[in-house]
Design a protein around this ligand. Sequence first.
Ligand code: ARG
Length: 460
Amino acid sequence: MGGKLWGGRFKTGTDKIAESFNASIHFDKRLFREDIEASMAYSRMLAKQGILSKDEAATILNALKEIYGEIERGDFTFDETLEDIHTHIERALIERIGPLGETLHTGRSRNDQIALDERLYVRNSTFRIINLIREFQSSLIGLAEKNHDLIMPGYTHLQRAQPVLLAHHLLAYYEMLKRDKERYEEALGRTNVLPLGSGALAGTTFNIDREFLSKELKMEGITANSMDAVSDRDYIVELMFISTLLMMHLSRLCEELIIWSTQEFDFIEISDAFATGSSIMPQKKNPDIPELIRGKTGRVYGNLISLLTTMKGLPLTYNKDMQEDKEPLFDTVDTVERSLTVLSGLLKEIDFKRESLKKATEKGYLVATDLADYLVSRGMTFRKAHHLVGDMILSAKEKRKELRELDLREMKRFSTLIEDDVYEWLDPISCIKRRNASGGTGPETVKKALTKAKEELHER
Ligand code: ARG
């Protein structure tokens, strides 16, 4: 049966279409590093346990290193008839060192092997994503610091609501990403444990040392139940779920960048390096990058649902359906890494349009809440003040004026509690300055939040 690992009990060869349908090599070859790293640790363990001699292990290790280099250089030939990455590497080993290569699989199954490869892959990807989040956060902080004194309208329902510092708005995303980062870190504790030694499903008869393997592979322990270890892919689902949250956060930021770059808002200029033009309309500068991230968020959601659906009806233990876990996993990791990287670069070069932001905060009665607060400070109940300010806005609107453009006489018609000092309350900057309670947009508070964020980023 050619190079098949399981050819023994078969009389005839595999149908060509079935063989190609069954093969996973065109996507699981991505796991070659993890597969070889795991096999190297496994051969060291077999030698330590006296199952292989030291010399035998050294020969295997050398050959595995050579195969690693060959794949990395692109000199390795992949072949669909050899099904998957595990078969390819074992075959290449046997080609190099003969029957000794056949001993590496002692006590091991492809079922615990793939579970290990994938755990290592998820772990390594998680490390990379965490670093990219950190870089992304530092781009956000850089942008916030560069524009620390800019004010802008804060929105609810996409209607101008209250003035805020731009830095405060950007720091909101810092916090979202901080939680995402924590989620990735917490998931590592569950992912980074060793399933190898579970055999096909029931464990192994050989005297292997799983704790040793776990340490060799810098994992944090071993799985407790062999059937669980070869069956579940919850660690992949978890990475995918956390990634959907992260993409949802990025997508919201992207949506804002898209809106802010319209002529209608005119808050930002996206640098030429991160925008594209139109083939027909010479004036266009399109925010393709944020749009693509918003779009790709959909496929990351889809990947999560795809794997959850694949898994939901599977009896214990391994089922071939589970081979379908890899493409969505790889796609999610690639999309997250590329999105974080490109958006981080784009952020660094965003130009905020100071005047336009300021103008937007001055029009649209964003200080109305502060006027109500002013009346409360003068002894009115908030409900009454809310109603009264509503009346004032109606009348100001009729005169096409902002609140600060009403003179004191016009104001006093609404309430005699209003005095000359009211105008100070109607200035957007003073509105912001009054909000220094923790968590608010006051300049002191935001400055502290920026300092804290920078400390957090340098902690590791
Ligand atoms: N290519 C397989 C997968 O990704 C590897 C495990 C194969 N195990 C088996 N019993 N056929 O799921």
